[in-house]
Design a protein around this ligand. Structure first.
Ligand code: IMP
Length: 431
């Protein structure tokens, strides 16, 4: 097996698959971890001993001493939230600052992007996307409209002030047109940015160069995705998506290395499915099972606290995800949440009216009508949380996992059976 020096970790459903835990486990074996998209909309929960950490922008690899962590150019970087998160880590005894870097090319996400996010959602009425309210969409809008402000723009303080004042005037015109009362205070905005400017500039690097050099020097790199493939702006359930390319193709782009540098892509999937926010979820549970799985799995948003919608494992989604991400291995998480069920179901296809769909459709209307075709397997009705090897898993649990491999066409590399670091089965296939 060839050595995988640069590995991408992607959520392969609608986010919240437990990437934080998998990145945390894998960070043990790598030298560098970098985020490539998204921003403070992500919420990676990691349990270390009895402590819980919720990380929004800083890669969870930071919890391992001596790992270096970066935020790539593809991230929309919220400096206020970032420094709060960093200071909280420092207060808990984690010396993170000397091990962190932020791309000079990353776009700044400022307070006015959150105002625009709130105003846009309020204006959507019944068609709300259910965003996290962290300003993600408006920050990416500014980037693509070529009116964003990048970390590198802060080097020249006078120029930075000009850009900030121009942005404040532009945003205020927009807020007025959106008929909201909120307005940007340009003086306060400039003062706030100047407060953290020097500290931020000390962390600014060319992440592409740093990572390319690391790979050439034989060091191991993990590129960490946020959200999930079905929230990708191109390949997800548009318009109920986030505003970045969450899929593996976005990884090289979002840190500034070439795609030929990537050796493997690990897709993280829950043993079932969840979604937070609006949009279709074909395998959503009806009735009692919804509350039962939500409680057993603690399915509440790490950032917003919103209850997540839960459903059966959707192999149509994961097969599609496997293709658009080029998955080489799966990490199946939260297997233990299904431990008490009499039987488990897997959606192998959909029907919509008189059509049979075996691939994930682009048309939202079709997806909204989609009725899953289920395959039912016996439950294992046994505790999996102490399993550390494949052979430790109950036979029915192994049969369920083997069936997931078969239907999705992707070998399982890891199975997670609890929130703690040690609750993982490594099938030894990762190289
Ligand atoms: P935004 O990224 O805040 O613009 O939200 C767009 C959509 O992505 C909404 O449905 C959010 O609930 C969803 N979303 C954003 N970040 C996450 C995440 O980390 N996990 C799960 N869903 C997310």
């Amino acid at each position: 097996m060839t050595e995988n020096r640069c590995v991408v970790i992607v959520g392969s459903q609608w986010g919240d698959e437990g990437k934080g835990k998998i990145v945390d486990v894998l960070a043990e074996r790598v030298d560098v971890v970098a985020r490539y998209q998204g921003g403070a909309n992500a919420g990676h929960t990691v349990h270390v001993g009895s402590e819980e950490f919720i990380l929004r922008q800083i890669p969870s690899g930071i919890l391992h001493p001596s790992r270096h962590c970066y935020l790539g150019n593809g991230v929309v970087f919220d400096p206020v939230q970032f420094f709060e998160e960093l200071d909280a880590l420092t207060a808990r005894g984690i010396d993170a600052e000397p091990r962190l870097g932020v791309s000079s090319r990353a776009h700044l996400l400022l307070a006015y992007h959150k105002m625009l996010d709130r105003a846009a959602e309020a204006g959507r009425g019944a068609g709300k996307i259910g965003t996290t309210g962290r300003g993600i969409g408006p920050a990416y809008e500014d980037k693509v409209a070529r009116q964003g402000i990048r970390v590198a723009d802060l080097r020249d303080a006078r120029r930075a002030e000009e850009l900030l004042r121009a942005a404040a005037a532009r945003v205020n015109r927009r807020l007025e047109a959106m008929e909201t009362d909120e307005r940007v205070d340009a003086d306060a905005l400039v003062a706030e940015v100047l407060q953290y400017r020097d500290r931020l500039l000390r962390l600014a690097v060319d992440t592409g160069r740093v990572l390319d050099d690391a790979i050439r020097a034989g060091r191991k790199v993990l590129l960490e995705g946020a959200q999930g493939a079905l929230l990708d702006v191109d390949h997800g359930t548009y318009p109920y998506v986030t505003s970045s390319n969450t899929t593996a193709g976005g990884a090289a782009l979002g840190v500034g290395i070439g795609p030929t540098r990537v050796d493997a892509v690990v897709g993280v999937v829950k043993a079932y499915t969840t979604r937070v926010g609006s949009g279709p979820l074909p395998t959503e549970f009806q009735g009692e099972l919804q509350d039962r799985i939500r409680e057993l799995g603690g399915e509440y948003g790490a950032v917003t606290g919103r209850p997540r919608r839960c459903g059966w494992f959707d192999a149509v989604v994961v097969r599609y995800s496997a293709r658009v991400n080029g998955l080489t291995g799966l990490a199946v998480t939260k297997m233990d949440v299904l431990d008490t069920l009499d039987e488990v179901q897997i959606a192998t296809g959909y029907t919509a009216g008189d059509q049979v769909l075996d691939d994930f459709p682009a048309e939202m209307a079709l997806l909204e009508q989609a009725q899953p075709v289920y395959e039912t397997l016996p439950g294992w009705k046994a505790d999996t949380t102490t399993a550390r090897r494949w052979e430790d898993l109950p036979k029915a649990a192994r049969a369920y996992l083997s069936r997931l491999e078969e239907i999705t066409g992707v070998p399982i590399w890891y199975v997670s059976v609890g929130t703690r670091r040690d609750q993982i089965i490594d099938l030894g296939r990762a190289g």
